[in-house]
Write a protein that binds this ligand. Sequence first.
Ligand code: MN
Ligand code: MN
Length: 281
Amino acid sequence: MVVLGVPIDSGTGGRPGARFGPEAIRGASALIAGNLYHVGLETEIFEYLRIVDVGDVPVTPGQHERNLDAAEKWVRELMSVTERVVVLGGDHSVLLPVLRAVADAHGPVSFVHWDAHADTWDGGPEHLLTHATAVRRVIEEGLTNQVFQIGLRGYGPSRETFAWAAENGVEHWTMMDVEETGLRDIVQQVISTATGKVYLSIDIDVLDPSYAPGTGTPEPGGLTSRELLAGIRDLVRNTDVVGMDVVEVAPPYDHADVTALVANRCVLEFLAATAQRKAAG
Ligand code: MN
Ligand code: MN
């Protein structure tokens, strides 16, 4: 298991700051003393996993495409020595290079996308790869065989964009669906439909701004931290998750490190649930 940071925010449409995400997400580990024993899962992570944090991809300010190419190259190399990768963003545009490398190693994945936003905007030639178009590009490049989106809300993209997504096999659950059905039942539907290797992408703005104020495009009416952690845990325990990213953590807007803290715990939940899956054989 390898952890890698991609400190860029040049794919951001609104407020930047996610370039400081990896540093803040790592920093939130400092509050844990000693071991990594998950008290709910009754599992010590390091008993079952060897984990290496290789630091951040070296990036050059203003060189968006070049930085994304560097991220792809790094993940490609890492996938030759490890089965699973955790990527700390960075804005959501890091998804495309990471999934290119993961799909190259594992084949097209089932893609579970947690976000307030669909990120399926076409964008046109001027916006080929931003944080609002990354999921569109991933689908167009055939890096996934199934896409599940959870937590959508707010305004946009357009009806036409959602029609395009539906035609391309994207299933989505809005926050209205979460209110009616409950998050864990929705996750159960994903678990029963997903096939093969699974990749999780967690845009931290899927959480309500009260739980994650430190992000560039907050949208009221989102998930609680408890729902998100339970959702990750359920998915990782019941499917074969080979990679995960946590993106859009923007520390300049954070308060009391709450966003960095929950982003850190999303990673730990993935690690602990993976360790438990290994323990169970
Ligand atoms: Mn978002
Ligand atoms: Mn996003």
